[in-house]
Structures are given as C-alpha cells and as structure tokens.
Design a protein around this ligand. Sequence first.
Ligand SMILES: [Zn+2]
Length: 114
Amino acid sequence: MIAIKRRRKLKCSFCGKSEQEVTRLIGGPGVHICDACVGICNKVLEATPADFQGWQAMADDQLLRALKVAEATVDATRSVLQAQIEELRRREISWDTIGHALGISRQAAWERFS
Ligand SMILES: [Zn+2]
C-alpha cells in the first residue's frame, strides 16, 4: 500500500469523498480509503472483540459502545450509496434502471434517493 496525497480525480472507495475533501487517501489495488474511513474501521475493530462470539456474548456496556460505531458505519455506507446514485443520475440513468439494480421499484428508488 502507498500513501497518496494530492493527485487528481482520486476518491475514497468507501465514502466517495474526493481527495480534495479528505486529508489523506491511501491506495490499494483498485481502491482508495480516506483517513476518516480508516478511523471508522479502527473503531469498528476496537468495538468488536477479536474473538467475536456473537452479540449475545457481549456485555451490555460493550454492546452500548458498539452502537455509535455501527451507526457511523451505516451513515458512511449510506453516503457511498447516495454518491453512486447521484453519479448514475448525473449520467441520466433512469430511476427504473437504478431500482432494478437494487431489486426495488422505480418509485421506491426515487423515494429513497431523490
Ligand atoms: Zn472515506
């Protein structure tokens, strides 16, 4: 892996932010990850015991601490999805086609993402 700073047209593969919007981007084979997403990944790893045995095995305080991390992960993933859909819409791909790709109706796709 190589650390990359300030090249053109690079985006974080996880949150979709451009290199101008992040402090640093790290490149791997065909993917990039920004410093903020690395931070989220680290929190996910910290919140989840290395010997993860299922949610039932976690103490109340462990599970409660994990909530905020899980929410941040969901938010980051949602912003990736939204960025992908905005790019498809910019390319004038129809809501019908986007809905089909997601396995939902045109109307449901439009309601969720427009
Ligand atoms: Zn990112």
